[in-house]
Design a protein around this ligand. Sequence first.
Ligand code: SF4
Length: 262
Amino acid sequence: MNIIYKPKGKAREYSSLALNIYSGCDHGCKYCYVPEILHKTREQFRQVNERKNLLRQIELDAEALSFDPEQVLLCFTGDPYCKFNDEKKLTREVLTILLKYRIPVSILTKGGNRCLQDLDLFTQFDGNIKVGATLTILNTEKSKEIEPNAAFPKERIEALKKLHENNIKTWVSIEPVIYPEQSLKLIELSLPYVDQYKIGKLNHFKNYEKSIDWHKFLKSAIKILRNTDKPFYIKEDLAKFKEDICLSEDETNMDNLNIIYK
Ligand code: SF4
């Protein structure tokens, strides 16, 4: 494999395979640590570019993986529905290739309704795709300040609703958690339209992190989710704060929520 790769470390908790369509991301999230990983300045990372020979490379990798039951995440170091995609529409071309080779797909985006431009393709996957949103901040003003070019939280939930109404499997990543009360509220608001959740915490902001009662947040999130039939995964960094809470094998199995080709 070349462009489809096996994520390592904390990234592995998102998916066993991943594919980054663009180089860079124009959402401009203040907490984004990808520029650091890629040794770029924030300004350089905000300039989105096409990757060289992307479609040809994906075709080769996808052919090698065809009928492989492991899901491919779009994307880890960027957003498949960033603004740049409105112009280039490469995500649509990538999905067309993955569909051709019957590769299960997991999408994660903060682009809100933008993903609906590919709804017709999602339905062709016949259940072998799940589409997710990162839900971070409920307050619109704060969202604009911290994730300046991403869709507002309300729009992200609206997109999940539309996907759900069209029988597309949906999921939510609750990470980073900056304001625990807002994250809990976002879980509650999205519940009617979401099939599964991955819950994390905040990393990379050591002093601020220390001010949050992670045990309390974990306990509250679990209480909400266990009262429903929604499967969820608690990320390792948050699970460290479980203390007296008993987490089941499923709740701590990072592959439990993967889309397996049917
Ligand atoms: S959407 Fe993800 S990759 Fe893009 S800026 Fe935000 S955190 Fe970074």
